[in-house]
Design a protein around this ligand. Sequence first.
Ligand SMILES: Cc1cc2nc3c(=O)[nH]c(=O)nc-3n(C[C@H](O)[C@H](O)[C@H](O)COP(=O)(O)OP(=O)(O)OC[C@H]3O[C@@H](n4cnc5c(N)ncnc54)[C@H](O)[C@@H]3O)c2cc1C
Length: 398
Amino acid sequence: MRAIVVGAGIGGLAAAVSLRRAGHEVTLVEQTPRFTELGAGIQLAPNATRELRRLGLLDTVAAQSAYPSHISFRSWSDGLEICRYELGREAEDTFGAPYLQVHRADLQQALAAAVPPASVRLDTVVVGVDQDAKSACVVTGDGEVLDADLVVAADGIRSAVRQWLFGKDAAVFSHTAAFRALLPAAEVADLDLPDTGIWLGPGRHFVHYWVRRRELLNVVAVATADESAAQESWTARAEPGEQLREFEGWSPTVLDVLERAGQVFRYGIYTRTPLARWNTGRITLLGDSAHAMVPFQAQGAAQAILDAAVLGDCLADAAPTDVPEALERYVHRRLTTATGMQARSTRAGAEFHLPDGPEAEARNSRMAAHAAEHRFLPVATEWAVDPLNEPKPEPEPT
Ligand SMILES: Cc1cc2nc3c(=O)[nH]c(=O)nc-3n(C[C@H](O)[C@H](O)[C@H](O)COP(=O)(O)OP(=O)(O)OC[C@H]3O[C@@H](n4cnc5c(N)ncnc54)[C@H](O)[C@@H]3O)c2cc1C
């Protein structure tokens, strides 16, 4: 069977690897002239690394990653620890796969290396999709028509395919922007940073973790923002010192990191309204095109990787005539979880950003009580879910 995957982000690359492993011929179509290497980190929870293992990529990714021991939630001004959760060996033993923190370029390289170059069409923008009962196709900017039995649109939060299939619905601004930076470990060696930290304050939170075998510190400082000033871009630069003005009054440790950050980038955070379906006939959405979410549970890419794994599972050994039904099963198995994670991520942002006062104190007490009872973050209930190993429904009696 022939599949076309539109978009070579984490979702599209994972889908290409998964479909190839399911026995299909894949063409991956990407608009940029080369794989864009984003200077940013990404956290991969066990639900994502379990699938990377199934795709045969976990060892390669892990060799480039940081393997954190724990995550510490801290209070914004005094730096006091609110609670701490396990991320290391205990998490790996419990969930059967590790929690990893990786440079995006390293993850992308590992995924891209698993797709033969001959299957990749770079510098090729998709300007249309079409289908009939027997096949589907994409139209490229050069007017070329590429035929396939299946089209997977992993074209990201600004997905054009989503619009063509389901009508116009703009990305929704979250009223937050992330100041992002990567610092060499030596730059922050004198600071007493927790292994992985999330500092919570009014209208803001500050996240840091190591990547690339702990050679680099990845920093994401999230603040409320106006849409007019917040471009959704991995390369938009912050004004010099802007991040320091935004986090004025925060703990000296946070300010030290932000001051030493060098070039800081500013990413306006958007989401997508949940859809009732992602598929129609032989075409489906996958990843951010289907379910872009705020990154406050570090699950957007994980959900895209799960989409890819389940898609491959639904299409294992499928023939062209099976595609529409297989896509129905794929969406049925993925939509509720991914949509739930969108809502959960938004709720986490509201909790993180509470103003000082009784509500924030109650949140801190709740978090401390939860951490004392459970070793793992609340979202870890989702890390435990393995969509490829769920109990199968009992067959209907005949
Ligand atoms: C600040 C921040 C931190 C995050 N941290 C985490 C984290 O720690 N853990 C986690 O799991 N997730 C995290 N996420 C979410 C994660 O980055 C995304 O969910 C994930 O990258 C989405 O991948 P994707 O492949 O669906 O889309 P994208 O990465 O957007 O890829 C889409 C691709 O499609 C291509 N494309 C678009 N249109 C066309 C077209 N017409 N023709 C051809 N090609 C096209 C684009 O060029 C692009 O390469 C974070 C997000 C942000 C913003």
